[in-house]
Design a protein around this ligand. Structure first.
Ligand SMILES: [Zn+2]
Ligand SMILES: [Zn+2]
Length: 280
């Protein structure tokens, strides 16, 4: 297996990110603690264990493995995977899957949902995925996972369980609801997404695409392809107030070692500890 095809793994903000992500080659990011997978890539090892898939857009390096993944689920007789994607690509994707069913002589089972920007999908207990518009060459969405927790109000802390249960039964509101922006994965996008989405800038973990890392492809050309250049993120890094800014989708022009050296050299010292290079 080539270096690029190897799964990378990063533990940040209480979550594990595992997967493959190189610009134009393959992108699939799995988060076991949330049982959620972002994009499919070519369906790398482990991808078949994820019941929920959040798709950013339809470029083949992000979605090419979907037919294979659905077909494999059929072979294993596992529940149909739940797939959320931009609404614009649902109809052509259904056509592709219908054609594939015909080729395989076997009815593929899947649960496909189209999303407009700002719509939501429930993805697990207390977890909701918010679709946010990104700016790429085709219809595209970022996905932001919010976690809702209920905390006992301070005035009830320390009381006995039976008393709490009694208060609850009497209709007293004894908890406060807290919604935390936990993880945002941009998919492919120009920097407009970072500038426009305040919620992403304060998300605990922001996985942002960074395709170009130096002048071999400058900001202007990078933008023409619908991507983000490192210069644009360096200029804005301090606006990110979360715990970890994870840079993915690096072009094959740049090695991992090169990218890590560039992070050390280019980002403000106070930010360096938050910046992570992901993908071999
Ligand atoms: Zn891509
Ligand atoms: Zn793309």
């Amino acid at each position: 297996m080539s270096e690029v095809a190897k799964l990378d793994e990063l533990r940040v903000g209480g979550l594990t990110l595992t997967g493959i992500t190189r610009g134009g080659v393959e992108t699939c990011l799995m988060v076991p603690e949330l049982a959620v997978m972002f994009d499919v890539g070519m369906c790398p090892p482990g991808a078949l264990t994820y019941p929920t898939i959040l798709v950013s857009h339809g470029h083949a390096d992000h979605l090419g493995g979907l037919t294979y993944l659905i077909s494999q689920h059929g072979l294993m007789s596992s529940p149909a995977p739940v797939i959320h994607m931009p609404e614009e690509i649902v109809a052509p994707m259904r056509q592709i899957l219908a054609g594939w069913s015909q080729i395989e002589g076997f009815e593929l089972q899947f649960d496909l949902h189209g999303h407009a920007p700002d719509s939501r999908a429930a993805v697990g207990r207390n977890l909701s995925a918010l679709a946010l518009r990104t700016s790429h060459r085709v219809p595209s969405l970022a996905w932001l996972i919010e976690r809702t927790t209920h905390r006992l109000r301070p005035e009830y802390v320390g009381r006995e369980g039976r008393e709490i249960a009694g208060l609850r039964a009497a209709g007293e509101v004894i908890t406060d609801t807290h919604v935390e922006p936990l993880l945002c994965v941009t998919g492919d996008t120009k920097i407009e997404f970072f500038d426009e989405q305040a919620l992403a800038r304060r998300c605990k973990i922001l996985v942002h695409e960074c395709t170009s890392w130096d002048d071999r492809r400058d900001v202007e050309v990078t933008r023409k392809w619908g991507h983000t250049h490192l210069d644009e993120l360096v200029a804005r890094a301090e606006q990110f107030t979360g715990e970890a800014l994870v840079l993915v989708h690096r072009s094959m022009r740049h090695s991992r070692r090169e990218a890590e050296a560039i992070v050390d050299r280019r980002f403000p010292a106070a930010m360096r500890g938050k910046i992570h290079v992901f993908g071999w």
